[in-house]
Design a protein around this ligand. Structure first.
Ligand code: HEM
Length: 551
């Protein structure tokens, strides 16, 4: 009796109190909306992973929650039951559209579609709430920073640019790892990566003065955090409420962008003034810097793009580039470091890298160039192996179908309707023993052993195919079985920079510091659909004697 009246009172309270009634209606509307849209966005004839019996309203809610909590088991199930048989299936993600997970054999089918038909950017617009989280709706419309990077980055990695990055690697590691040769210094690997990577990356993006401005860097890092966080929240809101709530959720994005823009906008204005002055007075002793800001301005000018030349827009695109570059590289560096330091010293990984780095550095007379860095094949292999084993993205090459009549998959005979989401289970591919024997083991030289064997045969008659295969094992080579950078024409263009950056960082570390091996590699953690490195793990480092010198 008491229970019934308490229940009635609660119902009455909920229905009359707008504070309780409003959210209740919103939740209901959200689930009703998603239920309504769910079926139309996937092919009717594909199997749903873990779908049990009835599948209406509450069945769908259960599926969403379980799919979020048991990502690892679910992907493993989907991989063995469908992907390994060359079949696609449907994964119910927590928010938004269910994903069509295709097997690796269908990746080339997906990537053959032009961007107007199957789009990575429209996927980002939806997944990242990019109309709001990026700070300006035109950024996701033009993606001009990506265009600039695709057009410039690899070509502008000149010997001078590589030496600039080396300089920042040396200074930033000296500043944070120190010079003490007597005492071990304890460092939190993640926090340290968060000091090193934004600074080194911004040496290339904006040059020396700003890359050492801690306030500027802090704003960039916080802004990058905000974009992730606000995207996750906005994903939970039904579409019709987004225009109202998303701008409120993105207030921190605005604040932290402004913290960096305070320095970056005047910096860009000064660049324009310098360019003007040089044009009017060609004898003036000033050279265009080789940094992202200059590439951006020159690219926009050559294409007659006026909006992209506004100082605030140059600054906003630079912030987006930081978003693409910072956490991706910070997570990767943390993983590689822990993988190497947490490996059994008897395996000789750290020593093998040290031997290689010291030999190449001496042979190249202490000057890092592209060919010299390409010779660091053990270091390259260790990075590729860690990216394989620990990639933070579980599903890769995500795309959204735009063609009104859908994307027809001839091999399997289904059509992904307009607005469908398609992805591939990169995590399971990277952990498949038939592709990577002993897939759970960090085998740092997995990819360099075959390359070293080929190199050892130099002079002898070598099978051309074998040489080609060994070249495809480099850390920047993507493929349907190696997806940490994505694959195809939208594969990460920043990877050519990351390759130089990380190799030089490891080179400097192994040549100048002793690092105490860890008894065990601390585990990564699954957070939703992502796998993140342990953020509190520490290592102990000590400067080698006789290395306190200036490079
Ligand atoms: C270890 C570090 C990094 C990892 C693991 C990584 C990974 C990725 C991935 C998975 C994609 C999406 C590919 C796809 O959708 O198929 C991507 C795109 C992109 N990345 Fe990276 N990235 C890293 C560092 C960087 C850096 C340092 C830069 C800038 C210098 C950068 C710039 C970009 C850009 C501009 C795109 C968009 C490309 C496009 O859509 O055409 N990334 N990255």
């Amino acid at each position: 009796m008491a229970l019934t009246s308490a229940f009635e009172a609660a119902i009455e309270r909920i229905t009359v109190d707008p504070i309780l009634f409003g959210p209740l209606i919103l939740c209901f509307a959200f689930f009703a909306w998603s239920q309504f849209t769910r079926r139309s966005l996937v092919p009717e004839d594909l199997p749903w992973l873990r779908k049990k019996g009835g599948f209406l309203f509450f069945g769908d809610i259960r599926l969403r929650f379980e799919g979020l909590v048991h990502v690892r088991d679910w992907l493993s199930d989907g991989y063995s039951n469908y992907s390994k048989q060359g079949k696609s299936y449907i994964y119910r993600t927590f928010v938004g559209t269910p994903e069509i997970i295709i097997p690796k054999e269908q990746v080339s089918w997906l990537l053959e579609y032009p961007d107007e038909a199957v789009s990575v950017h429209e996927m980002h617009r939806e997944m990242m709430g990019a109309d709001w989280t990026y700070g300006h709706p035109d950024i996701i419309r033009t993606n001009f920073h990506e265009h600039v990077i695709h057009r410039n980055l690899a070509r502008k990695m000149t010997p001078a640019a590589i030496m600039e990055i080396w300089d920042e690697v040396v200074c930033s590691i000296n500043d944070t790892w120190g010079y003490g040769t007597n005492e071990w210094k304890e460092l939190c690997v993640y926090d340290n990566a968060l000091e090193l990577i934004p600074r080194i990356s911004n040496r290339l993006f904006v040059g020396t003065s700003l890359c050492r401005n801690t306030e500027f860097l802090k704003g960039m890092c916080l802004y990058a955090d905000d974009v992730f966080r606000s995207a996750a929240l906005i994903g939970l809101i039904p579409a019709f409420l987004k225009p109202v709530l998303a701008p409120l959720i993105c207030i921190p994005n605005k604040k932290h962008y402004a913290q960096s823009a305070r320095y970056l906008v005047p910096f860009v204005e000064k660049r324009f003034a310098d360019m003007d002055r040089k044009e009017k007075n060609p004898g003036w002793d000033w050279q265009e810097p080789n940094d992202y800001i200059q590439w951006h301005i020159n690219q926009a000018k050559s294409e007659g793009r006026t909006q992209e030349l506004e100082p605030d827009m140059v600054s906003r695109y630079t912030a987006m580039l930081n978003f693409a570059a910072i956490h991706t590289t910070v997570f990767s560096l943390t993983n590689i470091m822990l993988d190497l330091v947490g490996s059994d010293p008897a395996k000789g990984f750290w020593e093998g890298i040290r031997e290689e780095v010291e030999r190449v550095y001496a042979e190249e007379k202490g000057v890092w160039t592209k060919p010299a860095l390409n010779r660091l094949i053990r270091t390259d292999s260790a990075i590729r192996e860690s990216l394989r084993l620990r990639s933070f993205l579980t599903r890769g090459v995500k795309r959204k179908v735009l063609i009104p009549h859908g994307a027809y998959n001839k091999t399997e005979g289904w059509t992904a309707p307009q607005n469908a989401h398609i992805a591939v289970d990169a995590h399971s591919i990277h952990h498949d023993p038939e592709i990577y024997p002993n897939p759970e083991e960090f085998d740092a030289f997995r990819f360099s052993r075959p390359r070293e064997e080929i190199e050892a045969k130099q002079g002898a008659i070598v099978d051309y195919e074998e040489v080609l295969r060994s070249k495809n094992l480099s850390m920047v080579t993507t493929g349907a079985t190696f997806l940490p950078w994505g694959h195809g024409r939208h594969a990460c263009p920043g990877r050519f920079f990351v390759s130089h950056e990380l190799k030089m960082m490891f080179a400097y570390m192994v040549m100048n510091y002793d690092i105490e091996p860890l008894p065990q590699r601390p585990d990564n953690v699954w957070i939703g659909y992502n796998v993140l490195p342990p953020m509190k793990a520490t290592i102990r480092v000590k400067r080698k004697t006789d290395t306190v010198r200036h490079y």
